[in-house]
Design a protein around this ligand. Structure first.
Ligand code: OGA
Ligand code: NI
Length: 336
């Protein structure tokens, strides 16, 4: 069998290692598509509406841990370029896309833990760091030939958007301006998930339930449905909106906000008809940065819920527990 699902999905019957046990399967694929996950219009951030937008972002981050943004300032052209670039990438012949470009730039199926995982995920992934691009660009794929140029522009524009959103979160939380600049957003990773169609999608999962380990995530899911969020005891689907980005709170923002903003479980389901490609940007602290509840958000009546830790410490325990949402934050919780 070929390694990458995108190479054999249409010709093979489903191997057992891809069949999730019933309690982990997406029991209902057609969960309600949620129109209640807030869609926030960033085009309205002119002076008098700014505080209203800030409040919407804060409310959504508290209640859902997720929101979508429209009129976000990332140009439609560059989004279209990125979408068509990745389509071309995943359609290339295998010899044009090696699995290891370098230690930090990988093309893999399911997860980097493929050899040890019990069930494989129905996806192929291209992942690499993208900021600062001068440092990383040389390890990015060279094919398709416009790869570096397109990804560089796309990543820079999404970075700029992430900084604007973080600045508004900063205002909403009452932190000093620029709190998230520098170390807390030093790194940026691009992870492109490619989920081929599957005749029996209810047996498989594209991505199992998890919360993101980083600070904040900006995801372009295009026009094919597949992302589900856990809310009030049930899975709800995030409606694909053309040209919107889905934004979600990572574990580090939950800790820094002392639990005020929530990092919420989500997963990706596959479908029987169309390939789905999501372009994910993870905004991530530097390895050595110290993460702790912001001083301004703790007090005697609001004691810290988490101890201080270095991001690399968190990342290694997160990886060791395989992102398990029950245990990922356990080593860092303070009993109050
Ligand atoms: C992720 C993620 C969702 C999707 O990559 O962390 O949650 O829709 N992706 O691909
Ligand atoms: Ni995620």
């Amino acid at each position: 069998m070929e390694k990458f699902v995108s190479n054999w999905f249409s010709v093979q019957s489903l191997p057992e290692t891809y069949v999730f046990p019933p309690d982990k399967r997406p029991e209902k694929l057609s969960v309600p598509l949620c129109k209640t996950i807030p869609v926030i219009d960033l085009g309205k951030v002119v002076d008098h509406d700014r505080s209203d937008t800030v409040q919407q972002i804060l409310n959504a981050s508290q209640e859902f841990g997720f929101f979508q943004v429209i009129n976000h300032g990332v140009s439609e052209n560059i989004i279209d370029d990125a979408v068509s670039l990745f389509k071309e990438f995943f359609n290339m012949q295998d010899e044009d896309k090696p699995s290891v470009y370098s230690e930090d730039c990988r093309f893999f199926t399911s997860s980097l833990n493929y050899a040890n995982e019990e069930f494989h995920l129905w996806r192929d992934v291209l992942r690499h760091p993208c900021h600062p691009f001068e440092e990383w660009m040389k390890i990015w794929p060279e094919k398709p030939t416009r790869y570096r140029e397109v990804v560089r522009t796309y990543s820079a524009e999404v970075r700029e958007l992430s900084q604007r959103i973080l600045q508004m979160i900063c205002e909403g939380l009452g932190l000093q301006p620029g709190y998230f600049r520098d170390e807390l957003t030093k790194s940026q990773k691009l992870s492109v998930n490619h989920y081929p169609p599957r005749p029996d999608p209810s047996l498989t999962l594209g991505l199992h339930k998890h919360c993101d380990p980083n600070l904040i995530t900006i995801l372009h899911q295009g026009d094919v449905y597949g992302l589900q969020v856990f809310k009030d005891g049930q899975w709800i689907g995030i409606e694909p909106l053309p040209n919107a980005f889905v934004v979600n709170i990572g574990y580090q923002l939950q800790v820094i906000s002392n639990g005020k903003l929530r990092s919420v479980e989500h997963r990706a389901v596959t479908n029987s008809k169309e390939v789905r490609t999501s372009i994910t940007t993870f905004i991530t602290p530097s390895e050595d940065s110290v993460i702790e509840p912001a001083e301004d958000l703790v007090s005697e009546c609001n004691p810290p819920l988490y101890r201080a830790f270095q991001y690399k410490e968190f990342f290694s325990t997160y990886t060791a527990c395989n992102g398990d949402t029950e245990t990922a934050l356990e080593p860092y919780k303070l009993r109050v």
